[in-house]
Design a protein around this ligand. Structure first.
Ligand code: CO
Length: 136
């Protein structure tokens, strides 16, 4: 069902400092920036081979990433797996009784379609499915 690890999502309190760390110290290439108002974050994507690191800074005190930061501080937030057909993957997981946060895909970064599984169903790891846009 999963084709690759698409990205790991990292919650940060200072996006520019996190970009500088990953680009200038860790040597990753910054390939995309986007504000995802629905998720309440500013995001940056950096390439790691065919996968990415997704840095997420809350826009304000609301939203899941802001709550995560307040509770646990900066760090690993979620793992995202790439799928070719997100509707089929969600249907299969739902049929297997997997608890979903998103029953239907929503708009994700860079034109992708995404859906989150509930961490209680995935060993405590917030898990995202990503169907990339046709352009990426
Ligand atoms: Co993500």
């Amino acid at each position: 069902m999963f084709d690759a690890i698409d990205h790991v999502g990292i919650a940060v309190s200072d996006l520019e400092a996190a970009v500088a760390l990953h680009r200038d110290v860790l040597g990753m290439v910054l390939v995309h920036r986007e504000t995802l108002a629905e998720q309440g974050v500013r995001a940056a994507l950096l390439d790691v081979g065919d996968s990415h690191v997704e840095l997420l800074e809350p826009l304000d005190g609301d939203g899941a990433v802001a709550r995560f930061l307040a509770r646990r501080g900066p760090g690993l937030h979620h793992v995202a797996y790439r799928v070719a057909d997100i509707e089929a993957a969600l249907a299969s997981l739902s049929a297997a009784g997997t608890r979903l946060i998103d029953a239907r895909p929503r708009d994700g970064i860079r034109g992708s379609r995404v859906a989150f599984l509930h961490p209680s169903a995935t060993g405590g790891v917030l898990t995202e499915l990503v169907q990339p846009s046709d352009h990426h």
